[in-house]
Every structure is written in structure tokens, then in C-alpha cells.
Design a protein around this ligand. Structure first.
Ligand code: SF4
Length: 147
């Protein structure tokens, strides 16, 4: 079983109410078993919602409460991001998923890169909250850019 960021397969779950349909992802998933997940929705956040970035760290630092996920208007949404990661892990374990294809640079789903918390489009190395938790539990996480 493969978990897939729902926005990558056309679900309109992004912060701005849009999707991010990615033909290479759909081609990769053809004839495979997969489940679309949106950790931010699973964490209880609405769609649309304010964009959020991780400040002063990465997904691992958020999980250990040493960094925060903050919206552009200054609201700390770390608990929702952690809950979404835990719910996603629960689905992964129930479905015996071994692999995840997650949207790069998202504060939840980014597997190798995230935005740096400045809301200026600057990127840095690091993983989002859900990508980190899945990796910690042995799930192979890749992005749409790895396909
Ligand atoms: Fe897509 Fe992940 Fe953001 Fe949901 S949390 S919109 S699945 S990148």
C-alpha cells in the first residue's frame, strides 16, 4: 500500500483550496494500491486555510516541541500538524503501507525540503512533520520530484 498526498492526485485540499495534480504521480500509481491522505485536513484544519511554515527548525523539531508551525498571520498550529501526522501514521499502520509519495516543500509533507519560515519563498533542507513521523516508523518517503 502506498500513501499519497491527496493534493498530488487532484484533491482540492491545499491551503488555497486548490489541488496540485501531478501526472507523473498518477502514472506511477497506475495498477498499484494507494490511499490519498491530507495530514493538515486530518489534523482538523479547514480548507482553505492560512499558509503555514515551520519556524526555527524542521519536522523533527516540531515533533519534539522545539520548533513551531506558524501561519502567515501568526497563529501557532503545531498541535494540528502533529495530530495530522499521527492520524496519517495510524492510516499507514492500519493499511500496512510501506511507501509514501508526498508533496515536496510542504510543512507537513515535504520529504527533503521545506520553506524556511520567512514566508518569502526561501527553502531549506529538512522534512515536514508528517514526512518525518512516517520515516521514523520505517516508511519509505519520497516526493513527486523523485518519480
Ligand atoms: Fe497536500 Fe500534504 Fe498540504 Fe495536504 S498537507 S495539501 S496533502 S501537501
Amino acid at each position: 500500500m502506498i500513501l499519497v498526498s491527496a493534493c498530488l492526485v487532484g484533491v482540492n485540499c491545499r491551503y488555497n483550496g486548490e489541488g496540485n495534480n501531478h501526472p507523473d504521480v498518477l502514472a506511477y500509481l497506475k495498477d498499484k494500491q494507494w490511499i490519498p491522505i491530507c495530514p493538515e485536513q486530518l489534523g482538523g484544519l479547514p480548507t482553505p486555510r492560512s499558509p503555514a511554515e515551520i519556524t526555527n527548525g524542521d519536522g523533527a523539531d516540531v515533533l519534539s516541541k522545539e520548533a513551531s508551525v506558524v501561519t502567515q498571520d501568526g497563529l501557532d498550529v503545531s498541535e494540528s500538524f502533529i495530530r495530522g501526522a499521527e492520524e496519517t501514521l495510524h492510516i499507514a499502520q492500519l493499511s500496512r503501507a510501506t511507501e509514501a509519495i508526498l508533496k515536496e516543500r510542504s510543512p507537513s509533507c515535504g520529504s527533503c525540503q521545506i520553506y524556511d519560515g520567512s514566508f518569502e519563498g526561501k527553502k531549506k533542507l529538512g522534512s515536514g512533520v508528517t514526512a518525518t513521523l512516517l520515516k521514523l516508523h520505517g516508511i519509505q518517503v519520497r516526493s513527486e520530484e523523485d518519480l
